[in-house]
Design a protein around this ligand. Sequence first.
Ligand code: UTP
Length: 297
Amino acid sequence: MRSKVTKAIFPVAGLGTRFLPATKSVPKEIMTLVDRPLIQYAIDEARAAGIKEFIFVTSRGKGALEDYFDHSPQLEQELRKKGKNDLLDALKDTNMDSGAIAYIRQHKALGLGHAVWCARRLIANEPFAVILPDDVIAAEKPCLQQMVEAYEETGGSMVAAMEVPPEKASAYGVLDIKEDMGSLVSVKGMVEKPKADEAPSNLAVIGRYILTPDVLRSLNKMKQGAGGEIQLTDAIAQEIEENRNVYGLRFRGQRFDCGSKAGFLQATVAFGLSRDDLKDELRAYLHDLMASEKAAQ
Ligand code: UTP
């Protein structure tokens, strides 16, 4: 029987330079899409996929992230007194069971592969998920849940894959496809940030992974790769070298790159428009804005 995926690593130790000066004092993962921080979307997705243990790889200045998951008795008491049950409910999602959450420090931002490796002792010998909270995915069935279901059929390591236009491929890790089985592809290679004319396909890896413990063993031996960082992609590519199966899943859903300003703004509009309490006002505003822009042209 395949082991269940019950642990997830959330690498949140990056510097978030694209959002400076905001990220000088606010961790990127605490920035809010409508009224919830990015990290809450990631946690909700992990819970839906059956994750029970949440491992954060953090760094200096991420204290607000740790506080976010603490209980807040004073605030809760105040809301209870005022009968604000809807807000109390909203707070419930931020609470974690005792022992379900762990924080590990990455002392230097040496790359995503290194961040994952920092959590190795908490993973031991079982498959685990990796979620990058910058990638927010709107989907009927949460992306990680789709991956866990596919993983239960295939085993091996699995990455979430998304089609991108050729000129954008150089911003991603790109899959070299062995066999295309529809939503699932088996992978014979992976290239991190290829030059535009050297991308082996248009299938890019985004921030969701299910990995076997072998990947951690590869990370043990990893040297710095593209951009001087220890790349997770290189460790997954090593799996293929050693004849272990790696798959890509074309997930169903819309991914927003909330690590970039444009992506974050798009996500804000899209999530705002999906909210019953906001959509009419927001739609009317956007409509008027477009109309006045057109008139000015
Ligand atoms: P990014 O490439 O988006 O880097 O990392 P960043 O530092 O967060 O942001 P910019 O580019 O400076 O604006 C992708 C994910 O990997 C984590 C980040 O926290 C983010 O979730 N990461 C990256 C680490 O945890 N450690 C690292 O050394 C690098």
